[in-house]
Design a protein around this ligand. Structure first.
Ligand code: IMP
Length: 424
């Protein structure tokens, strides 16, 4: 296996957790490079379900090194909770977990600000996960963020925290009428987290580059998805990080020349959580049916996901901006009962046809999707374990997806379990 990046080719929740779990067998290192505990990567092993928010999904494989890269924002409370809950379930966490000393810390004021901003935005809210992700990245870019390396130096940490709280409290009190935060309380709790996580913190840039020099296999685990990327997604209804393949290099300190393969994961239909345009969104009846069949509820917030037909304009965009070599299609089985299955191949807006993803959000909000209709297969696929055994209409649907998105499909997943996946 060459060093491989896995990214979501839609709006997140494509089933990347399961794919990482499957591909992790061949990898030595599994690395998160962006986002934080806004992610929810679900892996089902036997009758046990694991939902990972911050720790790479590879942690479920003994002997793999899991890395939280510099591009990730870390909520230490969420991290400690996740470590503890995995350990309770007999998952070993020790020298197999490494966290970058350059990654930024999420503080309580980030979380509250995230929630206050959403309330303030009212109808125009983004529908964030409320985990403080956006405000933490704002501080990173404004160059006032606090990194794990700072947490390790008590004097530096105290000074940076003091400066931040002083400034934040003014904003909270003046703009939001919020009482603000106690320096002492935050200091004490973060000093406590430091004791719990310090053994994992290291220079992961060096660690990973050394691993590459030793010909180890690296698997980069993208979170969210291309259409939630801050540059390439449906801005402003996006997350605040680079969820596309380029983010893997910036978010780990690995040069692009060291990457061998980029794989995009897409569902056989489309979903999104939160606000923002969604051209192929289902009507209420179809939404209810697919949501139930596909168990489309957010793994992090439990919010019902919005569902719609496969949108090839979006996935073509993902193929382009990520340079996808291959696609993996998940949840094909969810469409087993549909009589007719639609693929959106372009949009129509004010008499003009759009084959490419438009940056203008108004077009996405108001366009008419142009659909192709395909006959469904009306047959259960969850026990099928090879492409040749799929119903003919399912094969045709997958082949058509390859053509309209412009990338080969390499694997198909037909259920949440580890074994419900096969190569093409
Ligand atoms: P934030 O990342 O919490 O700031 O949320 C910004 C947008 O990204 C919202 O629409 C969220 O619902 C969405 N989002 C964030 N993380 C995920 C994810 O892991 N899956 C799907 N949507 C996500």
């Amino acid at each position: 296996m060459s060093n491989t990046i896995i990214v979501g080719a839609q709006w997140g929740d494509e089933g990347k957790g399961k794919i990482i779990d499957v591909l992790a067998r061949e990898a030595d290192y599994i690395i998160r490079f962006q986002g934080g505990n806004n992610a929810g990567h679900t892996v089902v092993i036997g009758d046990q379900e694991f939902v990972l928010h911050l720790i790479p999904s590879g942690i479920l494989h003994p002997g793999k090194v899991c890395v939280i890269g510099n591009g990730v924002v870390v909520d230490p409370q969420a991290l400690c909770d996740e470590i503890e809950s995995l350990q309770k379930r007999k998952i070993t966490i020790g020298s197999n977990l490494k966290i970058s000393d350059q990654s930024h810390l999420i503080f309580p004021y980030h979380k509250i600000l995230d929630q206050l901003r959403e309330t303030h935005l009212g109808k125009s809210k983004i529908g964030t996960t409320g985990r403080g992700i956006g405000p933490c990245y704002v501080d990173k870019m404004a160059r006032c963020g606090i990194r794990l390396a700072d947490l390790m130096e008590d004097e530096v940490f105290q000074e940076k925290l003091g400066d931040n709280i002083h400034e934040k409290n003014e904003v909270f009190q003046e703009v939001y009428g919020h009482p603000g935060f106690s320096y002492e309380e935050i200091l004490e709790s973060y000093q406590g987290y430091r004791e719990k996580i310090k053994l994992y913190i290291c220079d992961t840039v060096r660690l990973l580059n050394d691993a590459i020099a030793k010909k180890k296999n690296l698997l980069f685990e993208g979170a969210q998805g291309t259409l939630l990327d801050v540059d390439h997604g449906t801005y402003p209804y996006v997350t605040s990080s680079s969820a596309t393949a380029g983010g893997a290099c910036a978010g780990t300190g690995i040069g692009p020349s060291k990457i061998g393969r980029v794989i995009g994961v897409a569902k056989a239909y489309t979903t999104r959580v939160g606000e923002g345009p969604f051209p192929t969104e289902f009507d209420a009846a179809q939404m209810k049916r697919i949501r139930q069949k596909g168990n489309e509820f957010g793994a992090t917030t439990g919010r019902p996901r919005r569902c719609g037909w496969f949108d090839a304009v979006l996935v073509r965009h993902a193929v382009l901006v990520n340079g996808l070599d291959e696609i993996i299609i998940t949840k094909l089985d969810v469409l087993d009962e549909d009589q007719t299955i639609k693929i959106c191949t372009s949009y129509q807006y004010q008499g003009k046809r759009y084959d490419r993803f438009p940056a203008n959000g108004k077009i996405l909000e108001e366009c008419e999707p142009i659909y192709e209709e395909h006959p469904g297969w009306r047959q259960q696929t969850c026990e099928i374990s090879s492409f040749k055994d799929l119903p003919i209409n399912a094969k045709k649907y997958l082949r058509r997806l390859e053509t309209v998105v412009g990338a080969p499909i390499k694997m198909v997943s037909v259920g949440s379990k580890r074994e419900q996946i096969f190569s093409i």
